[in-house]
Design a protein around this ligand. Structure first.
Ligand code: SF4
Ligand code: FE
Length: 483
């Protein structure tokens, strides 16, 4: 089997025996849980669209491992064209869901681990690359969701892993056996983990020799013994437990993050892709972060398209669409959004082949892309709230709107331009609330700030990649300064 349908994906999640906790209780059936299900629906769209002929070119690719058609989310980029298509695919999915669709972290992990394992093997004569490709061929063949896991809790940020008061604050190898390793620790803010079949772990920072037990990369199924998840809260999450769909803003789709705990998890050797090669930890982090910073030049742009559309429609429903300052603000939103997209496309088009044959984005441009993402969605959201007006946060509930006596007052006093149903106006205002303050704001705003690294992490890479000496030389040459 190669490509699963959305429904097959959802059914496959039921086969796992995963351990999820929410509000202090074990969730027996995560697939049908009303708070979790919208996030599963979002991942399912990565399957749905892959099966639609019009999106086949973006959502699927020919595997360099097997020669078969696979979902692009499991593909190793073989050209700059692949890198560009990845960004276009992410924009499309952002447009279709309005949320984080979660499957990219695995794709970004595959591509970074592929090239780094090749380079580790070159230096140390290990066999990680071959192991990893075997694992990936299995993932492609079964069209699975794999969650890339990088971020450790990190405890005291001023201390390296081995100097922390609690040695588990970075995930580490606690035992080495003949048949594999045992790991302990946690990964935080783990996007889409409950909706994944497997988790692919990477170190979180560059390391020195004394931290070598922390330099580890491996994959295990999400129902591996000792692995469990504590579900992350999102603003307004319990609205998903209510009847009706207006107040949810985006009832069908959502994102997901969870605290992921590895409580002495065994990993067989064939699933270990880095084991104490601490000198490669930094390279792996840099490449994974680079790919995920590229990703945001696609997904956040697609979500931005939805927000801009909702804002323009609300302006129309309010009768202000022709006001020049509204037109200006909408243009500003588009300008910001397309600037992000330009960066996503540029770092892809300027990508390069690595030694393993897998293509890597241009790191400088990917970091510029993500640094813009730490700012522009906030400005787009600010403009959306400016145009939408205060009603988006003062609206009565759907229950009041549907109430036999109160409903007619809500209908009458909350209508905008005559002829436009009040309900349509309410739905769009709730969508804007959802995207700028509610559940989807986790993905559109806070994740834009901190996902794939906080702004300072981009500045560090930009400083490293900027080649300032070359720029000085250019100036010296023009004014005749000899060096
Ligand atoms: Fe994909 Fe964007 Fe979500 Fe990251 S934040 S997993 S790139 S949708
Ligand atoms: Fe992310």
């Amino acid at each position: 089997m190669a490509l699963k349908t959305g429904q097959e994906y959802i059914e496959s999640l039921r086969q796992r025996n995963i351990k999820v906790f929410m509000f202090g209780e074990r969730v027996e059936n995560p697939v049908d849980h009303p708070i979790i299900r919208p996030s599963i629906n979002a991942v399912a769209m990565t399957y749905e669209l892959a099966n639609q002929p019009e999106y086949e070119d973006l959502l699927t690719a020919t595997s360099n491992l097997t020669g078969k058609r696979v979902n692009r989310f499991t593909h190793l980029h073989q050209s700059t064209e692949d890198l560009v298509k990845k960004v276009k695919m992410q924009r499309l999915l952002g447009q279709k869901t309005g949320v984080c669709f979660q499957r990219c972290v695995g794709m970004d992990a595959f591509n970074s681990i592929d090239s780094v394992t090749y380079e580790i093997d070159q230096k140390y004569g290990t066999e990680y690359h071959q192991r990893f490709r075997k694992f990936l061929a299995y993932i492609q063949e079964n069209d699975l969701v794999v969650d890339g896991a990088m971020t450790d809790p990190k405890g005291d940020r001023s201390l390296p892993p081995s100097k922390q008061a609690d040695p588990d604050l970075f995930l580490r190898i606690v035992e080495e056996r003949e048949d594999g390793i045992v790991v302990r620790g946690a990964k935080v803010h783990q996007t889409g983990i409950v909706n994944s079949h497997e988790v692919l772990v990477m170190p979180t920072i560059a390391m020195r020799e004394e931290d070598k037990d922390y330099a580890v990369s491996f994959a295990v199924p999400t129902d591996a013994k000792g692995l469990f998840f504590i579900y992350g809260r999102q603003s307004c999450d319990t609205r998903s437990l209510e009847e009706g769909d207006i107040d949810k803003g985006n009832a069908k789709f959502g994102g997901q993050e969870a605290l992921t705990i590895f409580d002495n998890v065994f990993v067989p050797w064939e699933r270990v892709f880095m084991c104490r090669e601490y000198d490669f930890a930094g390279l792996l982090v840099e490449r994974f972060a680079g790919y995920h910073r590229q990703s945001y030049g696609g997904c956040k742009v697609g979500v931005g398209d939805v927000l801009i559309g909702a804002t323009a429609a609300v302006a129309q429903f309010n009768g202000v669409e022709k006001a020049s300052h509204i037109k200006d603000k909408l243009v500003e939103m588009v300008h910001l959004n397309e600037t992000l997209y330009s960066c996503g496309i540029a770092c892809s088009a300027e990508g390069n082949r690595t030694a393993s044959g897998t293509y890597l984005i241009n790191l400088l441009l990917a970091n510029v892309c993500k640094l813009n993402v730490t700012r522009f969605p906030y400005e787009i959201a600010r403009l959306a709230q400016d145009i939408a007006g205060g009603l988006m946060v003062t609206l009565p509930s759907e229950k009041d709107f549907r109430h036999p006596e109160l409903g007619k007052y809500v209908e009458k006093y909350l209508q905008g331009v005559a002829g436009i149903p009040t309900e349509d106006r309410l739905r769009l205002l709730r969508l804007i609330e959802n995207m700028t303050l509610g559940r989807a704001a986790v993905g559109y705003l806070t994740e834009s700030m901190h996902g794939a690294g906080s702004p300072q992490a981009m500045r560090v890479v930009i400083a490293r990649q900027a080649n300032m000496e070359k720029k000085k030389e250019l100036a010296f040459e023009l004014v005749g300064i000899e060096k």
